[in-house]
Design a binder for this molecule. Structure first.
Ligand SMILES: NC(=O)c1ccc[n+]([C@@H]2O[C@H](COP(=O)([O-])OP(=O)(O)OC[C@H]3O[C@@H](n4cnc5c(N)ncnc54)[C@H](O)[C@@H]3O)[C@@H](O)[C@H]2O)c1
Length: 436
């Protein structure tokens, strides 16, 4: 089939490349010239494991191309995916201006039937607005179209795997025609018996916000248990294993740490609270989830101060700037708040991340007391303390003896609980972590 993808960011590009690899013919529309030029030259503008090779393969086999012309995209196929950004607006509501703009642009060029599919995460009933916008701006009012919702559940860092091995595919449709088109598009997964849920568009839109909010809630829940563990002398990992062994609960998303960040959870939880509010519902549970999450960063900074007493003039190494491993995405990453505060406190910061440093430099350019290092070892040279903010494998598998030899003081404050506490103490580190 032919597919048009509007917006070639994390979700758009992964969706496009995976559809192409399944044998579909895909055009990606991207309005950011810088991104577009890279993509046209086969360069992936983000870090996502395996994406560059898969793009390369599908470009060579002529199944994927890039353009900035919505007109070309609309003429190319009758399935048009909206993968544009839905960032947080000023008041916490989702900013839907990119969805509105793309819908308007699509309408202007529609000459025959189109199925417009929301893959962006949008508030419930956004499909109604997309429909209304297209009806308003379409020139020939006789042309038929459908709007469907097909939310994306991929995780950055394992996006290709997640797209190709989904727990479920959800399509929210209002017509048999839309349903059949999407079934054909997803035939590979249906044939392989992946769970394929057909709902209304409103339910599909809700499923996405409700899923992300639930996962965020799980993280905040375990982080509160971790706080209690610290007070009573229990180990959060043992507690999480015990809780998570219950099939009704599950072990995933029960890792205590400095809280969630990223481009999705913070904004989606906020947006979901607002959506509920607009319908007269006070979603206190999620407000508390958000509050607990914000407190994690403050508590981590408090922990640093408790350990170091004064941060001023201390050499502090920071490993991990990305909001999670295997991505270069730093949107809403805890590292931003930690670096901001330690910079304010006049510490000397030595930062290292395997993939996210270029993005981080855009927020915190290299200057007097912010230094970027090429590897984890040079970051800890003469350090008074090492902070761990992202659980990259590179840090988990590091030679800790070598690290200790390079540091001025063997102090590790681990916001992600990546090490065995007993082993660290045996090696002679002062080791502070979360909930243990
Ligand atoms: N990043 C994730 O892990 C993830 C996972 C699931 C769902 N989502 C949702 O998917 C959506 C996209 O997220 P993302 O992380 O890919 O965002 P992103 O900002 O990386 O990408 C969006 C892209 O759309 C482009 N764009 C915007 N308007 C356009 C237009 N009119 N024409 C052409 N291009 C246009 C932008 O230039 C940008 O490159 C969001 O709603 C997000 O919540 C994201």
């Amino acid at each position: 089939m032919k597919v048009t993808i509007i917006g070639s960011g994390y979700v758009g590009l992964v969706t496009a490349v995976c559809f192409a690899d399944l044998g579909h013919e895909v055009i990606c529309i991207e309005k950011d010239d810088n991104k577009l030029n890279k993509l046209k030259n086969g360069i992936v503008p983000i870090y996502e494991p395996g994406l560059d090779d898969l793009l390369d393969k599908n470009r060579k086999e002529n199944r994927i191309k890039f353009s900035n012309s919505i007109e070309e995209g609309v003429n190319f196929s009758n399935i048009i995916y909206l993968c544009v950004g839905t960032p947080q607006g000023e008041d916490g509501k989702a900013d839907l201006s990119q969805v509105e703009e793309a819908s308007r642009q699509i309408a202007l060029y529609m000459k025959d039937y189109k199925l417009i599919v929301e893959k962006s995460t949008v508030p419930v009933n956004t499909h109604q607005w997309v429909k209304k916008t297209i009806k308003r701006y379409i020139k020939n009012k006789e042309i038929e179209f459908d709007v469907a919702s097909n939310p994306e559940f991929l995780r950055e860092g394992s996006a290709l795997y997640d797209f190709m091995n989904p727990d479920r595919i959800v399509i929210g449709v209002e017509s048999k025609k839309a349903e059949n088109l999407l079934k054909e598009l997803y035939k590979y997964f249906i044939d392989k018996n992946y769970k394929f849920l057909i709902t209304t568009p409103a339910a599909a839109e809700l499923i996405k916000h409700a899923s992300n909010s639930f996962l965020a809630m799980k993280i905040s829940y375990i982080n509160m248990i971790a706080e209690l563990c610290e007070k009573v002398g229990a180990d959060i990992n043992e507690v999480a294993d015990g809780i998570g062994s219950d099939k009704r609960i599950g072990r995933a998303f029960l890792n205590a740490g400095i809280g969630y960040g990223g481009s999705c959870f913070p904004k989606d939880v906020k947006a979901f609270i607002k959506i509920a509010e607009e319908h007269g519902i006070d979603f206190g549970l999620l407000k508390e989830t958000e509050k607990i999450n914000k407190q994690r960063r403050l508590k981590f900074i408090e922990k640093i101060e408790e350990v170091l007493w004064i941060s001023k003039d201390k050499n502090i190494a920071i490993w991990g700037l990305a909001f999670k491993p295997n991505t270069d995405d730093i949107r809403e990453a805890p590292s931003i708040d930690v670096v901001k505060e330690l910079y304010r406190l006049k510490a000397n910061l030595f930062l290292y991340d395997p993939k996210a440093m270029e993005n981080f430099k855009l927020l915190f350019p290299e200057k007097d007391n912010i230094h970027y290092k090429d590897d984890p070892y040079s970051a800890v040279e003469e350090a008074d303390a090492l902070l761990i903010l992202t659980e990259w494998d590179e840090f988990i598998n590091i030679n800790l003896e070598k690290i200790k030899a390079k540091m001025r003081l063997p102090i590790i404050i681990d916001g992600r609980n990546i090490y065995d506490k007993k082993k660290l103490l045996e090696l002679g580190f002062e080791y502070y972590c979360i909930g243990r």
